[in-house]
Design a protein around this ligand. Structure first.
Ligand code: FMN
Length: 233
């Protein structure tokens, strides 16, 4: 049972999986650190190869969070010159079916806000809201030792999904944000992380602004026939 009296709003794994969405507008409401502790304690149950538990996270709110936003804003103001990418967010030359999925989610996002393709400034402004964490009061930066490889990055993903589902279970919302990896060195410096750490992603955390248009749509998924090859059934 949770250590706080915050109501548990989703109770089965299936319900929670369906309820989780990337939320891109947050309410101006404080998050209880005791509740976050409960969530992170449970997320430690995430599996990892060899039980390495390679995930490391830095959680910010208030002044440290503002310091990250300010430092990254100074870099984004430099345009492309300001980039310090930690890794290629997408493979170069992304082909189908992945490119269509990526394009589709972007178009659906802008459509929800009524921003047409010609409105480049409007689209950029919406994208830049990423670097304000969409107004989230808490930001989690997920990183790991640079010595880790693909298996351990997959472990980080399992931990991340565990955290996101637990947040939903406790009435909270989140948005994973790998866009922060474009400014990895700035974030490391601001958070006091050593260069031996590599930043995977941010995770904006807070209560959803339930009325915001950007939170009103669900991203479709490919049918299971496209991803599972059943053999011997
Ligand atoms: C590791 C990771 C990084 C992501 N980075 C971003 C991001 O930088 N900005 C953003 O708006 N959404 C980001 N997303 C959200 C995805 O677009 C979203 O998960 C996907 O479209 C499916 O939608 P859903 O999460 O609402 O189900 C990220 C998701 C993951 C798992």
């Amino acid at each position: 049972m949770p250590a706080t009296d915050t109501p548990v709003t989703a109770t089965s794994v299936t319900q929670t999986l369906h309820a989780r969405r990337s939320v891109r507008a947050f309410a101006d409401r404080r998050v209880d650190p005791a509740l976050l502790k409960t969530i992170f304690a449970a997320a430690q149950r995430a599996p990892s190869g060899g039980n390495l538990q390679p995930w490391q996270a830095t959680l910010v709110t208030g002044e440290p969070w503002q310091a990250v936003k300010d430092a990254v804003a100074a870099r984004t103001a430099m345009g492309r010159e300001g980039y310090e990418p930690e890794y290629d967010i997408y493979p170069k030359g992304l082909t189908e079916p992945w490119e269509a999925r990526r394009f589709g989610v972007g178009e659906a996002l802008y459509a929800s806000l009524g921003i047409p393709r010609e409105d480049k400034r409007g689209r950029l402004a919406q994208f830049m809201d990423n670097y304000r964490g969409f107004g989230a009061p808490v930001m989690l930066f997920l990183h790991c030792s640079r010595i880790m490889g693909p298996p351990q990055w997959s472990d980080m993903g399992m931990w991340l999904q565990s955290v996101m589902l637990l947040l939903v279970e406790h009435g909270l919302a989140s948005c994973p944000q790998e866009c922060w990896a474009m400014y990895g060195a700035t974030i490391r410096r601001t958070l006091g992380l050593d260069d031996g750490q590599i930043l995977f992603t941010g995770l904006a955390i807070g209560y959803a602004d339930e009325d915001a248009a950007v939170n009103q749509w669900a991203v479709p998924r490919a049918p299971i026939e496209d991803v599972i090859d059943w053999q011997g059934f």
